[in-house]
Design a binder for this molecule. Sequence first.
Ligand SMILES: [Zn+2]
Length: 65
Amino acid sequence: MTDDPQVPVVCPECGTETEVALSALAETIEGHNESRHDGEACAQVDPGLAAELQDLVAEDMGLLD
Ligand SMILES: [Zn+2]
């Protein structure tokens, strides 16, 4: 199964919002922060989605029943 969902990544410093494949996520964020922000953790997964993902995962596991 090739499940590789697109994840929104935002960088408030650059004012950019892009979609990145989950498999390339860490690499992309790290690369961006290394090259644009001297290694500062500016770019990150959209905080709204991160919360949503946690809800979905919790729901999947039946934690919300
Ligand atoms: Zn940036």
